[in-house]
Design a protein around this ligand. Sequence first.
Ligand SMILES: Cc1ncc(COP(=O)(O)O)c(C=O)c1O
Length: 454
Amino acid sequence: MENINASRIEVCDTNCLKQADTDNFLSLPLYSPLPQQVAVVPDGTTSIEAARAVTARNEGKGDWDETFMIGDLGMVFKLYKRWNRELPRVELFYALKANGLRPVVNTMAALGCGFDCASKNEMALVLGCGVKPEKIIYAHTCKMMSHLTYARDHDVELMTFDNEEELLKVKKIYPTARLVLRLKADDSKARMTFGDKFGAPFDYCKYLIKKAKDLDLDLIGISFHVGTGCPGLEAIATAIEESRMLFEFARDVGFAFTLLDIGGGFPGTEEADTVLPFETVGFTTAMAAIIRGELDKHFPEECGVRIIAEPGRYVPGRAFGLVTNISAKKVIKDRMIYHVSDCIFHSFFLCNLESVKLRPVPLKPGKEKLHPTTVYGVSMSGVDVIEKDTLMEEAYVGDWLYWKDEGGYSALIRYGFNGFTMYKACYFISESDWKELQSASLYPKLLPDTRDFI
Ligand SMILES: Cc1ncc(COP(=O)(O)O)c(C=O)c1O
């Protein structure tokens, strides 16, 4: 610990947009350009040690009681290398919806990875990092028209679709796009399913392939996503096999498919990665073994098909810890209750939605006795319960709680999931209501300005 130069550790601060920035959100990079330097620390430094160094350096500073993330880019790099070892035929297109913090995106960009973008803002972020448009797949099957136009204007050609209307939209706005048809995979056993919302059923895929031919569109392959936290691996095997069948069908229709996109769904926590459901071999390793086998069977190397995947949480999940500050504490018999600086509407949004069991630990090593503990979020909402009935050492007001493996889908909820943040607001009031409001106002000068059109 003493060896870590705390002053060299920078927090990846996600919470520093100025009001003017948010007003001009559309023209700005998605994430704050504030401290993005990466501290180079002694080998073997763990995330929790780094977090301790950051809190020690900032102790006593007035504004230092807000949540922060601590990210080990070495872990991101290790997972990238592991990917290449386990799936050497599969190009990694990082789904930055999982974590679009600049240092993560910069690291993946520097390694030459591709990116799965879901929105205009995500494309802007990646392009802004110097990534070439051909390294991007716009993997949203139901695109907003302005975002599709953005893709066209920035030469992001590769994109997914799963319905006829989308084909017509692409034909109108971006007829030279290179299309990838998303097949509905069986994700019924997954923790987070996509199949009801995205992906075309197998038979409808055939219809869409013919439709794309009729419209003279450039359809180049198939994609799927087996959902997040998918316990059985048969779904991947089936999806790869069905993809091959669609490749054959497309050939008969007159297409020469060249791309298979096997989606995401790789675990992003140490526990899921190493324990479940394979006792001895990591889940990702087991998943990779199945994928390798199925690809060799249905898409052998000599067939020349380019294979890509869109892992999201796999890349940053284990690399980041979330550090929350305890703002209040209540003790009821042996039960400890804490209120912390974050909530289920911010960093813990997806954990809450997916009912993930969390195990916070106090940053300061405490007394060894474990107490039944409930952690409430900072908001005033009664449903804002981050973790109930967990066991934890006692901690105190002002202490920090460390939540491991929080790199996937927690940092960016604050700025809008998948880069979809913006809404505009238009206001109106009837003439008579306005008159009445003016006369009822004690301070009419404080009323908002008016204009005479909507
Ligand atoms: C199209 C697409 N690709 C990839 C991902 C990443 O999934 P995961 O984080 O489970 O790997 C998602 C997640 O929403 C997705 O919708």
